[in-house]
Design a protein around this ligand. Structure first.
Ligand code: SAM
Length: 281
């Protein structure tokens, strides 16, 4: 009999994966971590019963959460990642040659198990001399650091368990303090078809601290429910509205290929479907 592993994110709806080998299943210091094989998606990671990443579709999310803010900024040198223990965002961020990256992940086990079972996610990025890995709570880090960042990317779990603090007004305020003048904050903000409240509450908590705050969208197959939103905040309103010609020029200069991200997708991602716009006050 095959074992089916279901996500337990929503009360009334579930996606399930037919599991082949279960490679790792343990309670870490912070959360329940399971890594298993699925014939279609390859390796799958869940934390506290919620899908985090799969080999097959990881590129969609990792490209969009990384390249949109970095290319919109145009001159990012220091990037901070909060969370992101699987290394997928780190890999994409370090494709930008001029960038140094600090990554603050609360759970060392996620990093270690991802290096072992998802080697293509980080693709050697943890060994890059431009990567500075800190094992700590992201909330505490942004409260205390003296460093300043051009881009902050919050690749967090959902607002349950250790990720909850990364959806608070206090955290957003401290992120603002850590950004350079034209800095950009981008955060994982759930799938609004199911988690509409997250759009409304994030807007309420984040917008008071920034001159410009909004959302952009990306459709990740295993974050079921259509588009997910990524929250966007900056004190430079122009960054969100860069003309496509500017983004095209910067992407060409960056000199790498992608599988989801294009300058057209970048600009179009800020046009929100009406049901998402209606969640924004
Ligand atoms: N892309 C995934 C998603 O959207 O659901 C997130 C993947 S990544 C594995 C999420 C990471 O955030 C986990 O490794 C988790 O340990 C980390 N995390 C959760 N709370 C944190 C906190 N307070 N500080 C730093 N990292 C945190």
């Amino acid at each position: 009999m095959s074992r089916w592993i279901s996500e337990s994110l929503y009360e009334d709806y579930r996606q399930g994966f037919k599991a082949g080998d279960v490679l790792f299943e343990e309670k870490t210091e912070h959360q329940d971590l399971i890594i298993f094989e699925n014939d279609f998606f390859g390796r799958v990671m869940m934390l506290d019963g919620v899908t985090q990443t799969t080999d097959r579709d990881e590129f969609v999310y990792h490209e969009m959460i990384s390249h949109v803010p970095i290319l919109a900024h145009g001159a990012a040198k220091n990037v901070l990642i909060i969370g992101g223990g699987d290394g997928g965002v780190l890999r994409e961020v370090l494709r930008h040659q001029d960038v140094q990256c600090t990554m603050v992940e609360i759970d060392a086990s996620v990093v270690e198990m991802s290096k072992k079972y998802f080697p293509d996610h980080s693709a050697g990025a943890f060994d890059d001399s431009r990567c500075h890995l800190v094992i700590a709570d992201g909330l505490k880090f942004v409260k205390e650091t003296e460093d300043r960042f051009d881009v902050i990317i919050v690749d967090s779990t959902d607002p349950i368990g250790p990720g909850e603090v990364l959806f608070t007004s206090e955290f957003y305020k401290d992120c603002q303090r850590c950004l350079t003048e034209k800095g950009i904050l981008v955060t994982q903000n759930g799938v609004p078809f199911f988690q509409g409240d997250e759009v409304t509450t994030t807007q309420e908590r984040m917008s008071p601290h920034f001159a410009d705050m909004n959302f952009y969208v990306v459709a990740v197959p295993t974050y079921v429910g259509g588009f997910m939103t990524l929250a966007w905040a900056s004190n430079d309103p122009a960054a969100r509205k860069q003309p496509i010609e500017v983004i095209e020029e910067r992407f060409k200069a960056a000199g790498f290929d992608t599988n989801y991200y294009t300058p057209g997708v970048h600009v179009g991602a800020f046009s929100l479907p009406r049901y998402i716009e209606k969640l924004i006050k």
